[in-house]
Design a protein around this ligand. Sequence first.
Ligand code: SF4
Length: 361
Amino acid sequence: MLVHICCAVDSHYFLQKLHEAYPDEKLTGYFYDPNIHPYSEYRLRLLDVQRSCKKLGIDLIEGEYDYEGWIEAVRGLENEPEKGLRCDFCFDNRLESTARKAAELGEAKITTTLLTSPKKSLDQLREAGRVMQEKYGVEFVAPDFRVKGGTQEQFAMAKEEKLYHQDYCGCLYALTMQRDQQRRLADELFSPLSGQIQPESIEDRIALYTRRMALEDEGKKYKIVREKFLNYRLLRAYVKRGGEVIPSYLLPYSTLKRKFTKFRIVDKIEDIYFTNREDIVILPLFLFNKLIGKTYNNIQDIIKNPPTFDAEMTARSKIIYNFFSLTPVVVLEDIDQNEPHQLYLDAHIYEDVREYLATFS
Ligand code: SF4
């Protein structure tokens, strides 16, 4: 039987129940989810599914990430709510690919782990499966493992197995709608041009889940610890002088009361420059290099090969002594104390939860 897999939280439980219900079937997993956005989130969910399948001894096939094809399939349905018409087309898209793959592999039956997701409509899924059954001549198997406490058992298992528990269904449209309702920044959709890994970003989680797989391979005991913190995202910033944008780089946790201010550089103490507005601090590039232990020649160099977020925080803490400071710290290539400057800075600070790996000695 070819089993379409959506995520590890659903598949880890579903595959075990399916094996109990169909002990004579050889189960093969098929990860085909081009609905998942952004691509990094797709990689993260795949990574966890690979780990789950490895634990269960199930072969896994990765389908194509045909994002354009999926966008085309749901065109015009962008504003539909979850369980609405867009989901019908999304299920059709994924089950059609599964049915085709099954036909190609000579498999007689297909199913999907979406059937165990409490947020999905069983009727919608069964209808999509029925259509594919007629079209491709493969039997669509649709068990309901959610009944008789199945959902509770599934979540207990997910916790026990430390599976990655995503908090949105997958597509761009559901994500933006959900974040709007929650009045939360959709930080999944931001990644800096520099490629620097931001705290509690999807890339940060991929690094963590990759490390934990390595720990498991080495047989080391670990715990995923969660902690509340104030997160930060820089959305856009620039500095202007003489009407021109000049090269600049902002350290994390730089914020302005409003998004725009004019300032002048008025004082210099031990190579640090101070301004007359919003306590903005200016660092010459050489001092930034010294604080961070690098030899950048210009701002472009920093953007092409940025230090880590934590290294920037360490540099910041060497010149700003208040641990909770939100002072804007701006690195400039050249300093001009005669000309007025303008700073545009749009940044977001928000409560978040970060995970880290603690290993037992
Ligand atoms: S909400 Fe989920 S099921 Fe519906 S279209 Fe988006 S990804 Fe597909």
